[in-house]
Design a protein around this ligand. Structure first.
Ligand code: FCB
Length: 454
């Protein structure tokens, strides 16, 4: 496999981007805060992680980066880096330990201080309401398979926004519906670890329903700049064989077009619908207007591509077997191929086909690297090359007229990488998970130089 390219500096310049273009970093609550602190309730990630075989070494987010106590230092690191926005999430289980009912005031106070801390440091707060830590009490009643949870999500959204909304720049309902639904209810790789066509079909509809309900509730409160974050892969057939082309089309429909279609057009793509419809909740058609609630912007997460081939479908299977393959490109520690062109292609396709003049933001992009701390430094030049190549794609999309407004790097610091535990390091800042010491990596210093124009 070819080695990852390395680079000591960025080749793009801050001045290549529009003046009002925002650079930021991105994190999420469960991955950094430490869910054992501050009266946080249990989430389905805690019990999923406690089940051997689900997460590397049964690791969990109980301590994580202990951002709960170290947040001033972490915000300082962002200020020092020179970014002007921070994409963070609130934990539903921290705010409502039972998912509904009694509010954990300590949890709300924590976010209140955090948001003030951002503003004091010139960081625009970009909130995500759901980055995957469903309270266990709601998982017990069926989680995203149960329509009641969609209403409870809107209630939670209201509680958070009533408290923080006056200081938030943007509010996102969900991070990555594909992961919440397919990865977690069909591939079984994330909490709640299901592998069930009915479960995923219901979730793939009820998450958009919950989004629509929350958007309506937040509009009623007068909240501005509402959006959602979808994840995309650049998907193409492994080769020209008709069966592989067909498998790629369906994979791409499930991954990229289902949520775009529902949210932007109020209709799911027919090719995917033909497989899922028997399992959708009754009366689903009546929800489509609510799902299509107008957005103010769309967030795009992008990491890699997927070359798809057809497998051998078991008789009786609700879906044909689709196999993901890698090509010859260099791969990150996640074993993901580095394919920056995919980002450019997706940005053009999304804006041309679905979003038109709607502002877009890259809400996550970055790489896991084999980072080692030696002599107090981490020489992650691979990450500089990775980001630089993706920044170039963002620039060329802007040149082509795509209304791209912001770029958030995943992630500010190394953190709990879900099923992969603490093994995969995505941060611009290294975290020693024993001492919790933060050490800015070479990529942090290079990005700082780029942002300050030096
Ligand atoms: C995305 C998630 C984020 C992180 C990155 C690597 O799918 O939104 O939390 O795990 O991948």
């Amino acid at each position: 496999m070819p080695a990852l390219p390395r680079q000591a500096h960025f080749t793009v310049k801050r001045s290549d981007f529009p003046k009002d273009f925002l650079f930021g970093t991105s994190t999420s609550a469960y991955q950094i805060e430490g869910s054992s602190f501050g009266g946080c309730g249990e989430s389905h990630w805690d019990s999923f992680a406690a089940t051997a075989g689900n997460v590397v070494r049964c690791e969990n987010g109980a301590i994580a980066c202990d951002h709960y106590h170290n947040w001033p230092q972490d915000l300082d690191l962002m200020k020092e880096l020179g970014v002007s926005a921070y994409r963070f999430s609130t934990s539903w289980a921290r705010i409502l330990p039972e998912g509904r009912g009694q509010v954990n005031e300590e949890g709300l106070d924590f976010y209140d201080k955090l948001v003030d801390g951002m503003l004091e440091r010139g960081l625009a707060p970009n909130l995500t309401l759901y980055h995957w830590e469903l309270p266990s009490a709601l998982s017990d009643i069926g989680g995203w398979r149960n329509r009641d949870v969609a209403d409870l999500f809107a209630d939670y959204a209201e509680i958070v926004v009533k408290r923080l909304g006056d200081r938030l720049s943007t509010v996102v309902t969900f991070n990555e519906p594909w992961c919440i639904t397919w990865y977690s209810h069909f591939h079984g790789a994330h909490a709640p670890g299901l592998r069930d066509i009915r479960a995923v079909s219901r979730a793939a509809h009820l998450v958009p329903v919950a989004h629509g309900k929350a958007i309506a509730a937040l509009r009623a409160l007068g909240q501005k700049d509402l959006g959602i974050v979808l994840n995309f892969e650049h998907i193409s057939p492994l080769d020209d064989a008709p069966a592989n082309r067909e498998a790629a089309r369906l994979t791409e429909g499930i991954y990229n077009r289902w949520f775009l279609g529902g949210l932007l057009n109020g209709s799911y793509p027919e090719d995917v619908l033909s497989y899922l419809e028997p399992y959708l909740p009754e009366g689903w058609q009546q929800d489509m207007d609510n799902i299509k609630a107008p957005l103010d912007w769309l967030g795009i997460n992008y990491y890699t591509r997927n070359l798809v081939s057809a497998g051998t479908t078991e008789p009786g299977s609700a879906l044909p077997e689709m196999i993901g393959n890698k090509g010859p490109l260099p791969r990150t520690e996640m074993n993901w191929e580095v394919y920056p062109e995919g980002l450019g292609d997706l940005l053009s396709w999304i804006s041309k086909t679905y979003t038109g003049a709607l502002p877009l933001a890259i809400t996550e992009n970055g790489m896991a690297n084999k980072d080692v701390l030696t002599g107090g430094a981490v020489d992650d030049q691979e990450r500089i090359a990775y980001l630089d190549a993706h920044f170039r794609q963002a620039l060329s999309a802007i040149d082509k007229g795509v209304p791209l407004k912001a770029y958030f790097v995943w992630s500010l610091m190394d953190n709990f990488e879900w099923a992969l535990g603490y093994d995969k390091r995505f941060g611009l800042v290294h975290v020693d998970f024993e001492s919790l010491k933060r050490t800015p990596k070479a990529s942090y210093h290079a990005l700082k130089a780029m942002l300050s124009g030096t």
